[in-house]
Design a protein around this ligand. Sequence first.
Ligand code: MIC
Ligand code: SF4
Length: 645
Amino acid sequence: MAMNVTQKIIAAHLVSGTLKAGSPIAIRIDQTLTQDATGTMAYLQFEALGLPRVRTELSVSYVDHNMLQSGFENADDHRFLQSFAAKYGVHFSRPGNGICHQVHLERFSKPGGTLLGSDSHTPTSGGAGMLAIGAGGLDIALAMGGLPFNLNMPEVVGVKLTGKLQPFVSAKDIILEVLRLKTVKGGVGKVFEYFGPGVAHLSVPARATITNMGAELGATTSVFPSDSVTRDYLAAQGRGATWSEWVADADASYDEVLEINLDTLEPLIACPHSPDNVKKVREVAGTKVAQVAIGSCTNSSYTDLMTVAQMLKGKVVADGVSLGVSPGSRQVMEMVTKDGGLLDFIGAGSRILESACGPCIGMGFAPPTQGVSVRSFNRNFYGRSGTKNAEVYLASPETCAACALTGEITDPRDLGLAPIHVDLPGQFLVDDRMVLAPAPEGTEVEIIRGPNIAKLPAGKAAPAHLAGEVLIRLEDDITTDHIMPAGAKVLPLRSNLPAISEFVFHMVDETFPSRAKASGGGFIVAGRNYGQGSSREHAALAPRYLGVRGVLVLSFARIHLANLINFGILPLTFVHAEDYAKVQAGDQLGLDLSGLTLGKPLMLRDETQGLDIEVMPQLASARDLELILKGGALSWASEQLEQVS
Ligand code: MIC
Ligand code: SF4
């Protein structure tokens, strides 16, 4: 059978199932990655498995999110992660070494391999021909334990690129175009695979911008072929031996094909508050800008930053604009410094931030009241920047630079600059001393736990009858940033469930935690694509801690659905979409679980409205069913986790 790249990689890693779209499969995972905001939980869960070492080819623990150390919490977590990595056979990328996805692409990505990461932007390594998937921490823990990853065989959307990008139009504009066409719901259950003559003109970091932000489509992942461009990139990283060719067979087919002509693509921008609210830059040109931020795992490569540096050279950012620059990795920072870009940034009045997530996750650099912030990032969800009423736009580094120079949203082509072309270096500056290898097996290593690592409560088995009030009723596209915000105040509490639970739905309804606790739990009701965005398990774990036992929606985002099941929250969808309008906040619901089996709808009673509502439990496998009945994976892990103080 002729195969595309996605099918080839899956076939090479298939443990069970067949390549039929929509059917359950399990695949072998070669590599895992974690970052500090999700990693502590993932490692506590790995510890609960009782294994002496990880069983993957490679596992890497990064520290890049919780970098503002305004108290002991983040620093304690870093120390815990470092000691854990040493003991259990995980490589540790120290704070300062860069953003997990950028560093992984540079130093560890492997064409044709599989990577599972506890962060939704793990698909970045798809830019180097890897099948890289984001998942919840528990799934990463199981993969580190050598277990396969369960998913439904995705449909493969072929994105055919023709032509060549024009000056001041770049990879970010390609993915913004895909988001405009497919929306934040358009990728659920799908892999986006890029092909066609336009692919050859895109460097690996440019490809990685596209696969990174493919996460915003809700896609399982995105992937580029591994071709001569990939080979040259890996060779320049001193990793030529890692390369192998992975291209689609000539007569391979796709479940759906999109075509984008790069010759005619122009600068695009995602307007507040969704990555798919995409317009042409010139349609919103002239909007006053208060802040510009260049960086994040989407657009902070050497070429991105050197292009911006050349645009800024000899100029100063406009009055009233604050420009922040965060290089994606230490390698990028060193090379941009060596090649003079840093001087251009500093000369232009930029604020140089460390190589980390920073403003992308609300870790400092929050915009002013009602300020417009134009960012080269991937998410502009409501409130994520740290300023609730800020207006965040997402655009290419070139557009960001243009906005910084003029003080208003500006199409970079209107600056009248000569085209800029930054070549990828023939040899990157390679220095892996900030990645610590684990201690040799059998060495005594003490795990260092600060007081911020709180013990996890035990899960309770599901009752035969689930009853409770509708605690909140929400619309479509609710993100995990709505459910469990991040930012400088809340992120440091990631290892402390009781404390972080007080912030559930903070952006939407600050009374939620107290009401949920007072009513002894209940249900969340929402529209389509519930839980899109980040992979944070806390968006399931914290509502569960407050007593939520069921979520009833029109549809779910993939990673959040898995997280709900892992933590014993029953995911339900309306069988008849019109019922969504009938159920109201405050209604008393009751659901008999004695008939809970796979693939069978249940009848839910809305006592308040006097209605019977047909609902479908979203459980795909016997494991899902077992986790729900046992009250989630925490119940089996809890015995060990209770010992953590
Ligand atoms: C994000 O971009 O939202 C994060 C922070 O990287 C998350 C992970 C998290 O919530 O810690 C993600 O994308 O998965
Ligand atoms: Fe970090 Fe932002 Fe990338 Fe998430 S999206 S990993 S917060 S840079």
